[in-house]
Design a protein around this ligand. Structure first.
Ligand SMILES: Cc1ncc(COP(=O)(O)O)c(C=O)c1O
Length: 487
């Protein structure tokens, strides 16, 4: 009969069992020694017998330089970059955030002006510091030197695949049945898509390019700058919404191309096309990601524009893409980009591949970039709202919590920008009024809105936002002082 597990052994069998145990013990010890030798032997240890090279050859020096630069302490208020200007010792020094100075950025500039102008998405920098290991990219001097990449294309086939996966996993766009066209930022796509959707110059009168107020001003600026024979800037949709527009060639124009920014820059609202019928629409979804808005459903428009600048924060890499249903429109946009720049930089495409993979690998987990981003942005929006709610001088756009399919719950608003209205009669120029309070904003005049409106960017670094909150609090507190002194 077998002894019960853990039961007492009969006395006569003890020596044999002890021998067996000794054999087992020494075998385990030998195995442990073998494993230790295998994994911790000098050739495999991180310190290594190759002078700490970890078996690396050409990548080692670059890796060391990158690590050395990343390790410099700028007091949490600045950064050292590999391509920074060399100091007396020949090494690049700290580049300080606004309102900080000194060799290690530890000196706070007193009573500093808050710069809330640009949409620089540095709120995501802490995320990438946390994911430094996964997002580092190393490449050789001979990496993709050619004009073309796999299959003679200008676009990385693998990056295309990962971007489609990202849209599928986030649920913000239907990408499966669309053509993907890469560009150097979505700024480059603006004119590429207007061109692709306009009729041929010799065949028709020009298309009218329009957008709804308050619109992203670059649509107007670029359309007027490129001044194509195929299209012309024709202002706000409100001028055309009730006009006859269903024919593509009703007399003096070759149809409409409408920009629809959703969520909108500057006011964060989800928008629909205003002109229906045969008007072509370009949906700019730069902010259609769960950090900035709830995602009610995947967007399935004929022409959609995306950028990596806002979802990952890598604005400096200059990478955007369009999802286009119609093959001919996609071909025309692609040929524009081919003639213009021969496509997006291959170095950038490699970096973006790493970035998208990190985003994908962390979705719904602890390192979810959208959860991180939403958390930062909704906290900023909440803090700004709390301060402005005490003001009778300025107000913000109204936003409500909404159900988001990505988070599978109702989420608080977290817009990229605050669209500020100056309420006092004398503050007709809102940008100017805020500048007097030491807050730099972007006037609503550029959006064809009134000068009573101005835009505050909420996307910048934590330091920028802290200074902004100080100045907004000063402004609101001064109102109380004004009221009590006039009593
Ligand atoms: C609505 C909108 N579209 C496009 C862009 C341009 O983005 P990119 O950095 O890809 O050129 C921006 C940048 O702020 C934007 O706000």
């Amino acid at each position: 009969m077998e002894p019960a597990a853990g039961g007492v052994q009969p006395a006569g069998r003890r020596p044999a069992v002890l021998g067996l145990l000794a054999l087992l013990g020494s075998s385990l010890l030998l195995n442990a020694l073998f494993l230790a030798h295998h994994f911790l032997s000098p050739s495999r240890s991180l310190l290594g017998n190759d002078g700490g090279s970890c078996g690396l050859s050409w990548a080692l020096q670059a890796a060391r330089e990158a690590e050395a630069v990343g390790a410099v302490d700028c007091s949490g208020h600045g950064q050292v970059f590999l391509d920074g200007v060399g100091g007396e010792d020949g090494r690049p020094g700290c580049e300080c955030n606004a309102c900080f100075a000194g060799p290690d950025c530890s000196i706070r500039t007193p009573n500093c002006t808050a710069d809330a102008d640009s949409g620089n998405p540095l709120f995501l920098e802490p995320y990438w510091r946390r994911h430094a290991v996964a997002s580092a990219v190393v490449f050789s001097g001979w990496h993709r030197m050619s004009y073309t990449t796999t299959d003679g294309k200008f676009q990385s086939v693998e990056l295309e695949r990962q971007i489609r996966r990202l849209h599928g996993a986030v649920g913000n766009a239907v990408a499966g049945d669309k053509h993907l066209v890469f560009a150097a930022g979505s700024l480059q796509l603006i004119n590429a898509l207007v061109y692709a959707l306009s009729p041929d110059a010799d065949a028709s009168p020009p298309a009218r390019v329009v957008a709804t107020v308050p619109y992203y001003p670059v649509y107007r600026i670029q359309t007027q700058m490129f001044d194509g024979r195929e299209y012309r800037w024709s202002g706000s949709t409100s001028l055309w919404a009730n006009a006859s527009r269903n024919s593509t060639t009703d007399g003096d124009h070759g149809g409409f191309v409408e920009f629809v920014t959703s969520p909108n820059n500057p006011d964060g609202q989800l928008c629909k096309a205003v002109l229906g019928g045969s008007a072509a629409a370009i949906f700019d979804h730069a902010y259609y990601w769960p950090h900035f808005t709830h995602i009610p459903a995947p967007s399935d428009e004929d022409v959609m524009m995306f950028t990596m600048s806002k979802p990952s924060g890598h604005a400096g890499s200059r990478f955007g893409w369009a999802l286009i249903r119609d093959e001919n429109v996609a071909k025309k946009a692609y040929s524009y980009l081919q003639d213009n720049t021969m496509g997006a930089s291959r170095d950038t495409q490699l970096r973006m591949l790493g970035v998208v993979k990190v985003m994908l690998a962390n979705l719904h987990g602890e390192g979810d970039i959208f959860a991180f981003g939403h958390d930062v942005m909704r906290t900023r929006w909440r803090r700004l709202n709390a301060a402005v709610s005490r003001s009778r001088r300025i107000s913000l756009q109204k936003m409500a919590p909404e159900y988001c399919t990505y988070f599978n719950r109702i989420r608080e608003p977290s817009p990229a920008y605050a669209w500020v209205k100056c309420e006092r009669e004398e503050d007709e120029d809102c940008q100017e009024a805020l500048l007097k309070a030491k807050i730099i904003t972007r006037t609503g005049v550029g959006n064809e809105a009134s000068s009573r409106y101005t835009r505050i960017s909420l996307l910048k670094s934590n330091d920028d936002f802290d200074v902004l909150m100080e100045r907004v609090t000063d402004l609101v507190n001064a109102e109380k002082f004004d009221a009590s002194s006039s009593m």
